[in-house]
Design a binder for this molecule. Structure first.
Ligand SMILES: Nc1ncnc2c1ncn2[C@@H]1O[C@H](COP(=O)(O)OP(=O)(O)OP(=O)(O)O)[C@@H](O)[C@H]1O
Length: 670
């Protein structure tokens, strides 16, 4: 009975259970339907948004654009720009409007400027590979200028205070830099600024004249302009047919650019004619990022001088820096573009350190200004070391989403320029840094030794002692450098005969084996470094040193893959090599030129000799043979010196190639 009852009970509960299940299924279906409808609504909304974006000329990814809009809807509103006249350094950011090319590439605007802040919205995908999200990076500067703000607004807040400072007539040195990725708007901004500077300088001088005040800054002040560029280690006058200039430091430590022309401008139109001519003469090339990328640092100097004494009363330097590039952008570049980029990046690093040191001076004592670290900082030495110096840096950024990484690099660079004060490192931190540095040197020493031993090269103990800090060598005047590298001329008289017989001996005897040369070179190395009276290394020794370096580099890359050299060491070595290439290139060109000139002279001599022989019946065949022998000997000497130099140069190019591959993480396969 009981059993039956329980069966009945079960029977009674069955329809109830079915109902519940049915309800649950219906609920699920309703939810699925709601989701489907929501998805359709979202799809429709997405299509509508996409159409709207397209109508606004914005074909980029609709989801990312939506996420950026969402962020902007709750972003802080931009603050009005306020002048910070007393600051030694002003750092600001300018965002340019999105370009047609970027729109065609379906890029979207990924930068928001809400003065003084800037946000970079980097588009990302989650690990599932489909969920989109945005990473927002915020920066704060003295000013940030959105795309709709004009160059005039930017000028009023950033460059006008510099103009005013120079016009005080106290010898102030002011510098305005435009820094940023190629194609981000540096030249556009700088050109606008140049026009406004021209107007303002002459207007203020005229007003002072009318008011009869500011005796020193009125009609007795002349405005002169010089304009030069630094391109691939060369300094060229943009107002004088790109004439090559020498950068020298005189006995008082003043940097002098020899041969640089200064032109007087008597009104804004004169001034702009000069500046336009300079801008037209700049070195440009097509890069991956910009069809007409300025590959040089252009420095336009406006000097305010006393018309009577010529004394400098103020100097404003407007510097349009070459476009910054990352290592990965230079992967497909040829050697020239690569060495250019390396030189540019080196000078930008040096510039950052110099401005940082300028910022720290006055507050934390005198910080060391490493202005000798690049030609750019060397020519601007007084802008960093003068007690009356002011600097503005305008970091220009492109708004496109594909440039986000570049933009982050630019903003981080600008951020670090005015970061913590240099020189306020605690003692403990300094000690820690010293220990680290010592350990790093020791590691390199051991690694070098192991590699040399592995490749059967001799090891000299003192070679591995940490090198003493070297003073940066000063550039010699051109005459010196030319004479240094001209092939030695045979001397006259008995001396000459003696020399030539020596060289004859050398010519007949077999050249010593390579290994022997190497040992000789090594032995001579400590002597040359320890005694200043010893002759400098010959070009053969230099070449051997380069060959050794290349072999070492090969071995280092081969033995330990990418870990062979530390990143920072490889970059430092690359920068050093590029510097050497520029120096060597100039020496090679000079040597080639002098070889051609001397060869031409020898050819004339040879012609004369032949004429003499052919014109006289009673000529001395002995005299003819001796003279001809001398000419041939000299020709051989010229060619051998030139080809030695060329080989050394080639070795250096090879070294650069290997280092570039190493730095760009593009190791050669062995
Ligand atoms: N603020 C701006 N408003 C409108 N157009 C701009 C602005 N800034 C730059 N552009 C345009 O963007 C393009 C690239 O600018 P520009 O040549 O000044 O870049 P750059 O940073 O000097 O490049 P590079 O370093 O390669 O020489 C130009 O066509 C320029 O007219």
């Amino acid at each position: 009975m009981n059993r039956r009852l329980s069966v009945n009970n079960n029977d009674a509960s069955r329809p109830q259970g079915i109902d519940k299940t049915r309800q649950a299924v219906e609920q699920l279906e309703a939810e699925r339907e709601a989701r489907r409808r929501a998805m359709q609504d979202r799809k429709k909304a997405r299509e509508v948004a996409e159409k709207k974006n397209l109508a606004k000329g914005n074909p980029g990814d609709v989801d990312f654009i939506g996420l950026v809009h969402l962020w902007r809807s709750s972003a802080p509103s931009p603050q009005p720009h306020t002048l910070k006249g007393s600051d030694k350094i002003c750092i600001c950011v300018r965002k340019r409007p999105i370009g047609r090319k970027e729109i065609a590439k379906k890029d979207h605007d990924s930068i928001t400027c809400c003065n003084p802040e800037v946000a970079v919205h980097s588009a990302k995908l989650k690990v599932d590979g489909i969920t989109k999200y945005i990473e927002h990076n915020m920066f704060r500067f003295d000013h940030s200028f959105a795309e709709e703000e004009t160059t005039e607004e930017l000028y009023r807040c950033t460059t006008w205070p510099l103009v005013e400072f120079c016009l005080q007539g106290k010898g102030g040195r002011a510098t305005c830099f435009a820094y940023g990725q190629t194609g981000s708007g540096k030249t556009y901004t700088m050109n606008g600024i140049q026009g406004m500077v021209a107007e303002d300088i002459f207007r203020v001088l005229e007003e002072n004249e009318e008011r009869g005040e500011g005796v020193c800054m009125s009609s007795n002040t002349v405005v002169t302009v010089s304009f030069f560029e630094l391109y691939g280690g060369r300094c060229q006058d943009l107002l004088n047919d790109r004439h090559r200039l020498k950068i020298l430091e005189d006995g008082k430590g003043e940097v002098v650019i020899t041969g640089l022309e200064e032109y007087q401008a008597s009104d804004p139109s004169d001034f702009l004619t000069l500046v336009d001519a300079g801008n037209r003469n700049r070195t440009t090339h097509a890069t991956e990022a910009n069809d007409t990328s300025s590959r040089s640092h252009a420095i336009c100097q406006i000097l305010l001088r006393s018309s009577t004494s010529g004394r400098l009363r103020g100097k404003l330097s407007l510097v349009d820096l070459a476009g910054s590039e990352r290592g990965s952008d230079t992967k497909s570049h040829n050697r020239q573009r690569r060495t250019e980029s390396s030189e540019i990046n080196k000078s930008l690093l040096a510039l950052k350190e110099c401005i940082r040191a300028l910022d720290s001076n006055g507050s934390a004592g005198k910080a060391h200004v490493p202005y000798r670290a690049s030609k750019l900082t060397l020519v601007l030495k007084d802008c960093f070391t003068s007690a009356l110096a002011k600097t503005t840096m305008i970091a220009t950024v492109s708004p496109s989403s594909s440039s986000c990484d570049h933009t982050l690099n630019t903003l981080r660079y600008a951020d670090r320029v005015k970061e913590k004060k240099v020189g306020v490192v605690s003692d403990a931190k300094r000690r820690e840094m010293e220990v680290e540095e010592r350990a790093k040197r020791e590691r390199m020493r051991v690694e070098k030794r192991e590699i040399r031993q592995q490749f059967g090269q001799e090891v000299e103990e003192d070679e591995y002692l940490p090198p003493p800090p070297k003073p940066v060598p000063r550039r010699k005047p051109s005459r010196d450098s030319k004479s240094d590298h001209s092939p030695p001329r045979p001397q006259s008289g008995g001396e000459n005969r003696k020399n030539s017989s020596n060289s004859n001996n050398r010519a007949v005897s077999k050249s010593p084996p390579r290994k022997q040369e190497r040992i000789e070179h090594k032995k001579s190395r400590p002597e040359t470094s320890s005694s200043s009276s010893n002759p400098p290394p010959t070009s053969k020794q230099n070449q051997q040193a380069v060959d050794d370096d290349v072999a070492l580099l090969h071995a280092s890359l081969k033995s330990s893959g990418s870990a062979g050299l530390e990143d920072s060491d490889a970059v430092a070595l690359l920068h050093k090599t590029v510097d050497q290439i520029f120096e060597e290139e100039e020496q090679l060109l000079n040597l080639h030129m002098s070889t051609i000139q001397e060869s031409a002279e020898l050819l004339t001599e040879e012609g004369k000799l032949l004429q003499e022989v052919q014109g006289h019946e009673d000529y001395s065949i002995d005299a003819y043979a001796t003279a001809l022998e001398k000419i041939i000997e000299r020709k051989t000497q010229l060619i051998s010196v030139l080809s030695e130099k060329l080989n050394g140069f080639r070795g250096m190019l090879k070294k650069e190639e290997l280092l570039s591959q190493r730095v760009n993480g593009n190791l050669p396969s062995y």
